[in-house]
Design a protein around this ligand. Sequence first.
Ligand SMILES: Cc1ncc(COP(=O)(O)O)c(C=O)c1O
Length: 283
Amino acid sequence: MIHFNRNHININPIKYDQFIKKRNENSLPNYSQKCEELIAKKLSVKKSIVKLTNSCTSALEFVSQIADFGVNDEIIMPSFTFVSSANPFVLRGSTPVFVDVDKETMNLDPKKIESAINNKTKAILFVHYAGFGQNIEEVAAIAKKNNLLLIEDAAQAIGSFYNKRALGTFGDFACFSFHSTKNISCGEGGCVVVNNRKYFNKVNIVYDKGTNRDSFFKGEVRKYQWLSKGSSYPVSEYTSFFLYNELLQEKNINSKRRAIWNQYYKSLKKLKTDGFTFHNMIF
Ligand SMILES: Cc1ncc(COP(=O)(O)O)c(C=O)c1O
């Protein structure tokens, strides 16, 4: 049987023992912060805010909340995607407007977007299908021209680039997944990248239950308070410890995946010459 996916978790037992020891001594480094810094480095973003979340779905919910999506808003997204692209916006009463994908790239078809824009359109959500960024530059230009937010659903795109620029750096926001089906995984997990400065002052508040607990931890306030609406997006130290170790192994993980891909390619190539058609650009 061919498995849909095999989860790559490769933790050195010594590292894990040290983690538990430090955990018991209350002297753990902040692994969430370490992951966020490493992701920012991988994306080459110095000015964006990266926050780990419990999943890509919750990262998208974070975006829908921070950008204040409501009942009068429409959001354009591809008709070919996973349910989590739409759910976070539907939960806030917004309407997803599905636009067809381009057959060659399986990403949003830029030619079909403008006819779907009206005065209720608030954003375009671009899915980097299978980690491919084709069409993102054209879609970013359309979003800019029409004064719309651009949200990258980069669930499948950690470590992917388009024209040497990391996916997740084109939009106002980007959301990644670290679910066990993804290249880099911690079982369940995700992260949000906030590229648009306009939202920076709300990030830590919405992220942590509408409170200024972040300022409290930084010693900026004596007590933390409930300031506005928010939810709970942080991940546990256990999850971030596992994720940090996986992020460090990205090169190995991807080269192993590439070797497996090449093996499939070699074995299945013949089918194409035999007249089978494959969608997508991999052949
Ligand atoms: C395009 C897309 N968006 C969102 C998600 C949701 O990711 P998660 O399972 O981390 O919530 C997925 C998961 O496969 C996905 O493929």
